[in-house]
Every structure is written in structure tokens, then in C-alpha cells.
Ligand binder design. Structure first.
Ligand code: SF4
Ligand code: SF4
Length: 329
């Protein structure tokens, strides 16, 4: 079962900042990807964000084959093979000595520690884009609630400076962590992936109950305080896992019965496998590697199913690349 790890208060571990993002809320945004997640979704598009520690990965195109990394590794976790340097994740202690020894930045580190103040300064460099486009800053992941004190400090500071804030969460966390962040959040992006308990556990590592309980508490919090001003629900459409009408109908029914009138947008986001190279670099065998794009007609049908389940069908949006219905996967 995934464990939850905390980091020192108001200093966090992030993966990267994606500037000029248009997919994580309104306008042009900077999306801050946190490192460390409470779920283990088999289809995860950001596998490098799952571990709550910095970790090395090998970038073959930069490697000059000097083997300094292997010599530097005290754990014997690296091996030179015909297809490059292979990292034994079980043996690796995360000391990062291989990265320090590498002369060509081929042994790259995922994750960097940063203070809340420095992070805010960094994202505010794009303030003019936020202001002109009605955008702002989105905290995403990984899972920002895993570093709630740090995330709260960042959101609070941004709000105080008039920046639109969004929090993208899977909802899997103790309620008090989410509660800490909601008052500083303009837009909540909340994932609902699967409604079946057993399937949710099988494909994400944990059951869905806490995620649903937290969503009810989000509703109560909003009724009391007015925050967050907007809620968007997001459902990844993953072949063989979440892409069936029964699941979409169940999520839609839940939204209608629990959050009626509160959801400004329900987004069905189609799967792609463009992240396969990240799994290669991390040495992880990815079970979804061979899945093709979702068929355009299938995504549209799921969109209709979603709309039929809601009292306000206009909030349903579909997004992501698709393939023509007659194309092979
Ligand atoms: S991080 Fe440390 S233990 Fe892991 S491969 Fe590099 S040198 Fe070895
Ligand atoms: S130290 Fe860097 S360049 Fe040398 S073999 Fe290792 S990864 Fe390649």
C-alpha cells in the first residue's frame, strides 16, 4: 500500500514547473508538478512524480560511456549493458553520487527542493501572461496535498498577490491536508477515475472511499466559506480500465447526487502513451505501453453517457488526442 510521506514545513520537493500551460485551468498558467503521490495508478503519465524522494534516471542520448557513474555508486546499483546503464531500483539508495560523478548530465535527477518563497518568485516571472489571459498558477503532481504545509504557503502567497490559484488533486489524503489548501484555492481540479471499489484498489493501489468522503467535505466547506470558487472534475479515459459506460455513468450519477450545481466542468481526458520513455529511463516495465489512443467515436459516446447522467449536461468536456474509428490500435 502506498505510504504518505511528509517533508519539512514550507520547503518542498517539486519535479518541474511547466510554463505556458493551457490544460490545467483557465488562461495561460504555470503548472507546478509536486513530487510524491498517494496513489499508484497503473496508467500514470508522470511516473517520475510518484516517489517522494529525488531519484536518478539515465538519459542515453547524453551518455559518453565513461562508466564513472558505476564506479561512484556505493550500492552496486548500476550495471553497464548492451542497451545502456541499467539502474537496480531495489538496490538504489538515492544518494545521487552517480549524478554528481557523471560528466555529461546523463545521470539526471528528478526532483529539486525549493522554498515556498523561491517558488512563488519563480512563477511570478510570468505574471504578465497570467494577467493578460485570465490565467494563473496550478499546483499539480504527484500530489500537492502530500506536502500540504508547503503547498498552503505557496497558494496563500499567490492569492495575497492577486494571482488566480488552482489545485489539482487526486483527493487521496487526510481531510485536514485538503482543508488547509481550499481556502487559498480559486479552482479545484478533482480526479474521479473509477467508482468500483475493487477496481479502484486494483488499478490505483487504494480504494475510492476516502476520495469520495473528501469530496463531500469539499462541498460542505464550500457551502460554509464559498471556497473554492469553482470545481472541475477530471476523469482519465484509459483503455480497458476506466473507458466503459458503466463507470462513466456511475461517476456522473455521483456528481449529480452529491455535487449538483457545483461542478463547472467535468472533463473526460483521453489516454496517450507519450510518456513511455519516462518508464524506460526509470527502468519500470509499463503495462499500458501498448495501449493505443482512444477511438474518437468511443470518446464521443462516453461524452454523451456523461451528459445523460447529469442535470446540467453542458458541463461535460472531452479532451486529448484520439484516433479515427477505423484505425487499428
Ligand atoms: S543514486 Fe546512489 S545508489 Fe542510486 S544508482 Fe546513483 S549512486 Fe547508486
Ligand atoms: S557517468 Fe554519465 S556519461 Fe559516464 S557512463 Fe555514466 S551516465 Fe554515461
Amino acid at each position: 500500500m502506498p505510504d504518505e510521506q511528509s517533508l519539512p514545513e514550507k520547503r518542498g520537493l517539486i519535479l518541474r514547473i511547466q510554463r505556458m500551460s493551457t490544460e490545467d485551468g483557465p488562461g495561460i498558467r504555470s503548472t507546478v508538478f509536486f513530487k510524491g503521490c498517494s496513489l499508484r495508478c497503473v496508467w500514470c503519465h508522470n511516473p517520475e512524480s510518484i516517489s517522494a524522494r529525488p531519484e536518478v534516471h539515465w538519459v542515453g542520448s547524453r551518455c559518453i560511456g565513461c562508466m564513472s557513474c558505476i564506479e561512484a555508486c556505493p550500492a552496486g546499483a548500476l550495471k553497464g549493458t548492451g542497451s545502456g546503464i541499467v539502474i537496480d531500483r531495489k538496490a538504489c539508495t538515492g544518494c545521487l553520487r552517480c549524478s554528481e560523478a557523471c560528466p555529461s548530465t546523463a545521470m539526471e535527477v528528478y526532483g529539486r527542493h525549493i522554498s515556498a518563497g523561491d517558488l512563488v518568485d519563480e512563477v511570478l516571472k510570468d505574471r504578465v501572461y497570467f494577467e493578460k489571459s485570465g490565467g494563473g498558477v496550478t499546483l499539480s503532481g504527484g500530489e500537492p496535498t502530500q506536502q500540504a504545509d508547503f503547498a498552503g504557503e505557496v497558494l496563500k502567497s499567490l492569492k495575497a498577490q492577486g494571482i488566480h490559484t488552482a489545485l489539482d488533486t487526486c483527493g487521496q489524503c487526510p481531510w485536514d491536508r485538503l482543508e488547509k489548501l481550499l481556502g487559498h484555492t480559486d479552482l479545484l481540479l478533482y480526479d474521479l477515475k473509477l467508482m468500483d471499489e475493487e477496481l479502484h484498489r486494483e488499478y490505483t493501489g487504494l480504494c475510492v472511499s476516502q476520495i469520495l468522503r473528501n469530496l463531500v467535505r469539499v462541498r460542505e466547506f464550500r457551502e460554509k466559506t464559498g471556497a473554492p470558487a469553482q470545481i472541475w472534475i477530471r476523469t482519465p479515459i484509459i483503455p480497458f480500465h476506466t473507458d466503459n459506460a458503466e463507470n462513466i455513468r456511475a461517476i456522473g450519477t455521483y456528481i449529480r447526487d452529491t455535487l449538483d450545481g457545483m461542478v463547472a466542468r467535468w472533463e473526460l481526458c483521453a489516454f496517450n502513451n507519450l510518456c513511455a520513455h519516462k518508464y524506460d529511463g526509470l527502468g519500470i516495465d509499463w503495462t499500458c505501453r501498448g495501449y493505443g489512443l482512444v477511438r474518437a467515436g468511443d470518446l464521443e459516446r462516453l461524452g454523451h453517457t456523461a451528459a445523460e447522467a447529469l442535470s446540467d449536461p453542458g458541463v461535460v468536456h472531452i479532451s486529448g488526442a484520439t484516433r479515427d474509428s477505423e484505425e487499428e490500435s
